[in-house]
Ligand binder design. Sequence first.
Ligand code: SF4
Ligand code: SF4
Length: 181
Amino acid sequence: MTEADSSDKKQTVLKFRDLDTSLREEISKIPGCDKLMLCFQCGTCSADCPIGRHLEEYKPRMIAIMTKLGLKNTLFSGDLLWLCTQCYTCLERCPQDVELAEIISALRGVAVREGYLHPSFKKVIEALADHGYIYEITEFLEEEREMMDLPSAPKVNIDEVRKIIRKTGLDKLIELELKED
Ligand code: SF4
Ligand code: SF4
């Protein structure tokens, strides 16, 4: 490695006080996340992740190791968890059957419960409360569906969606003013 190469590499020093090993115990107990500790950092998930292909700093295998180490603050306070599209490619490729997409989903739940509310999460819930979908199904999208011989997007009972948001306390959690039913 040249001097220039090594100076370009970002060094991270881990401090024991930043590690919270209860995180891996909690996550491993969630259905679908029980194989977390089997991750041996082969990197296959990072190689095939569609987000990782476009964003150098996004590496799903890092999420696995950070969860195992319990680097809660780094995991929860940045964008990392929220960049995943839940495409499940990592899950299909993993030689150890680690269900990383499920683990990321579980981590998001823990992060929200602990008050780490990423702006994208709020936007998704707002869209859900407004349209019943995580984005608006516009006329243009309907035309595109038609061109692809797809049926119309199913109609959503928006009152029911808002009822669920209210009942689960999601509106209070993200300080969302729900429109009247
Ligand atoms: S593919 Fe599986 S074992 Fe390999 S780094 Fe990703 S999660 Fe870990
Ligand atoms: S589920 Fe998320 S982490 Fe896994 S390959 Fe898809 S975008 Fe990447």
